[in-house]
Design a protein around this ligand. Structure first.
Ligand code: GDP
Length: 418
């Protein structure tokens, strides 16, 4: 990097994802922010859902990923890394921590994503913020007003109370993170959403992460290539340039890419086409072999190759006592070469969110006296996740110890038919 290039670095707006339990008010908060912070020009204009939108607060831009709920688990991940710079963990103050709050929190913590807690629905008489703070403290998450470091804010998406403060907090976080980009470079970004429009062909919402994207730029996106034929901002307006952290709809792609696909401007359309063809070939070759996920069978080899330094585990068990016992004894198996880290432990059967979390974090799943439902079994199979059921604790520990030392004897897979 030359000095010249560093001089081009500018601060870029933060990209924010809103997470939390269903019905805790994620969409309401996103809607409220969008409604009250759009620029003059957009009011009355055709605002469209691009999967992300920009707002201006105190003269600074913030980009929100507009995919609340479980899709956010995937939207914030771009091939294992995170698209969002900051997460907002929304917790309804009348309900407190729920299953998906916990999942969101686990995902945030396992990816070291900076976050802000928004206690929502404070207009409700049943709201009990102190109680929720206590619940968070029980999970070792200490908010600032509870002697900790995690910023938090009390909001109501209904009355709008606290929303400005939330936006202030986002900008403060962003300032501390010093998110930088170089607008002089060729654009690089990630696909947030995509579709096939019957009239206009394949369309992708691209979140520009670095550089500047311009009309006419040749690019590769996932398995496809193209040249920017037209670009539209989240306001519906046609734009000719997109700068870092800006989401834009891009037209002119040879096919429909997937959310999470990397987008990269290259020298020429011909070169772009060659890369796309290469990638398609590779996918054909690889489709026979599954994506490599951590499995207990390969664990020792992966440790030796230095491919993993941390074994992440999701534990589901029938009773709380077993959850605690498993969590404690598994974590104690950590060695100098590998850290055993339980990223989620709870009572209950293995559900889809457990599998999603395991997939997002490349974890294995251990079920103790519980079973996966059909959907989660299928999901785990498709994603190549190692999911193991046990009925005695010493067997779990035996297997794990054997896996860590590379002595695991292959188990006969349980086959479920019908
Ligand atoms: P999401 O599933 O997390 O996106 O939750 P929604 O935004 O759809 O909100 C769920 C319900 O809670 C809706 O009926 C909202 O109107 C309501 N709601 C959201 N925020 C608030 C709030 O701050 N106060 C009150 N009283 N209701 C809210």
């Amino acid at each position: 990097m030359t000095d010249n290039k560093n001089q081009n670095l500018i601060l870029k707006p933060p990209v924010v994802v809103v997470m939390g339990h269903v019905d805790h008010g994620k969409s309401s908060i996103l809607d409220y922010i969008r409604k009250t912070n759009v620029t003059e020009k957009e009011i009355g204009g055709i605002t469209q859902k691009l999967g992300a939108y920009e707002v201006v607060h105190n003269n600074s831009k913030i980009t929100f990923l507009d995919t609340p709920g479980h899709e956010a688990f995937n939207t914030i991940r771009e091939r294992g890394t995170i698209v969002a710079d900051i997460a907002i963990l929304v917790i309804a103050a009348d309900e407190g921590i729920k299953a998906q709050t916990e999942e969101a929190l686990n995902l945030i913590l396992s990816h070291n994503l900076p976050f802000i807690v928004a206690f929502n629905k404070i207009d409700k008489p049943e709201a009990n913020i102190e109680k929720v703070k206590q619940e968070l403290a029980n999970k070792e998450v200490y908010v600032e007003s509870y002697g900790g470091k995690i910023p938090s804010v009390n909001v109501s998406a209904k009355t709008g109370e606290g929303i400005n403060e939330l936006l202030d907090l986002i900008l403060i976080q962003a300032e501390m993170l010093e998110l930088k980009a170089n607008p002089a470079l060729k654009a690089k970004g990630v696909v947030i959403e995509s579709k096939l429009d019957p009239g206009r062909g394949p369309i992708a919402t691209v979140l520009v992460q670095n550089g500047t994207l311009r009309g006419g730029d040749p690019f590769v996106v996932g398995l496809y290539s193209g040249r920017v034929r037209a670009m539209f901002a989240d306001t519906g307006e046609q734009v000719h340039e997109a700068t870092p952290s800006m989401p834009v709809e891009v037209l002119g792609i040879s096919g429909v890419p997937s959310a999470g696909d990397p987008f990269q401007v290259v020298e020429s359309e011909k070169y772009a086409r060659q890369i796309a063809q290469k990638r398609q070939e590779l996918v054909r070759l690889e489709s026979a072999q599954k994506v490599k996920k951590v499995t207990l069978e390969d664990l020792n080899a992966m440790i030796k190759e230095g491919e993993i330094k941390e074994l992440k585990i999701v534990i589901k068990a029938d009773v709380d006592g077993s959850v605690q016992a498993l969590r404690d004894s598994l974590q104690k198996l950590s060695t100098n070469d590998i850290r055993v880290k339980v990223i989620h432990a709870a009572t209950g059967g293995i559900n889809e969110s457990d599998v999603m979390l395991a997939s997002a974090s490349n974890a294995i799943i251990i079920g103790f006296n519980v079973r996966p439902n059909r959907k989660s079994r299928e999901m785990a199979e498709a994603a190549g996740i190692d999911m193991r059921m046990y009925e005695v604790i010493y067997k779990v520990l035996d297997d794990m110890t054997a896996a860590l030392s590379g002595m695991l004897t292959p188990t006969v897979e349980e086959v479920v038919t019908g």
